[in-house]
Design a protein around this ligand. Structure first.
Ligand code: PGA
Length: 251
């Protein structure tokens, strides 16, 4: 089969960015992507909700995609402080990250909640990036593949297809720590994820699987070359345009 999985390099800005700096960053990424003229990869930035609209405006015409970092499962209602998938869409987003480990930990999000959020993304016409990943204790106990499997089974809604789903494998212990799994460990995790997806998604071979956790310009080529890796979800290194573009270049 020809390569149908177009690599995606996604930046997760987390709770970072005031307007002036964020717009400079968005513009830097947009200029770099425009100049590179890539057609063989997608570059996505996910700013805090307050900046989605301004960033979407700032990158217009550059090819850079914009997403949210999280959404509520409901379309509207009495959920003070929450943001719906429809609101993200209305602000100019086309994607949304769901089930990031920081959401799972800080906000107690279960697989069922993550699944409902992925369904909300579909309802609003957004492409969800569903995050899964094991903790250090789980890895050390040899439970990694089982944990990933359980998270996938619980978090991926039925009816998923490759066009409606991106999965990000992010070992919790690798996020923001500078530590990364070996390429063999990444390849083993991704192979297992794809195998499990085989029972959940009709065209599992075409689903994009991103790796996330301490990806930077200097290790991107190696991590992206690991088996079954179709891109990266980048936190810290997505806050500098040059560094983020170097990762996109390595894809
Ligand atoms: P990091 O974060 O690149 O800073 O490790 C990745 C993520 O949380 O998506």
């Amino acid at each position: 089969m020809a390569r149908t999985r177009r690599p995606m390099i996604a930046g997760n800005w987390k709770m970072n960015g005031l307007r002036a700096d964020a717009l400079a960053l968005a513009k830097g990424v947009a200029d770099g992507v425009k100049q590179a003229g890539w057609r063989d990869r997608e570059v996505l930035v996910c700013p805090p909700a307050t900046l989605v609209m301004a960033v979407a405006d700032a990158v217009k015409g550059s090819g850079v995609l914009v997403g949210g970092e999280d959404c509520h499962a409901e379309a509207s209602g009495a959920h003070t402080g929450d943001i719906s998938a429809e609101m993200l869409r209305d602000a100019g987003a086309g994607h949304v990250i769901v089930g990031h480990s920081e959401r799972r930990t800080d906000h107690g999000e279960t697989d069922a909640v993550v699944r409902a959020k992925a369904e909300a993304a579909w309802r609003a016409g957004l492409l969800p990036i569903v995050c899964i990943g094991e903790t250090l204790a789980e890895r050390e106990a040899g439970k990694t593949l089982g944990v990933l499997e359980a998270q996938l089974r619980g978090s991926v809604p039925s009816g998923a297809t490759a066009a409606k789903l991106v999965v990000a494998y992010e070992p919790v212990w690798a996020i923001g720590t500078g530590k990364t799994p070996t390429t063999a460990e990444v390849a083993a995790a991704h192979a297992h994820i794809r195998k499990v997806l085989g029972g959940l998604v009709s065209d599992a071979a075409a689903v994009r699987l991103l790796y996330g956790g301490s990806v930077k310009g200097s290790n991107a080529a190696e991590l992206l070359a690991a088996g079954d890796v179709d891109g990266a979800l980048v936190g810290g290194a997505s806050l500098k345009a040059d560094e983020f573009l170097a990762i996109a270049k390595a894809a």
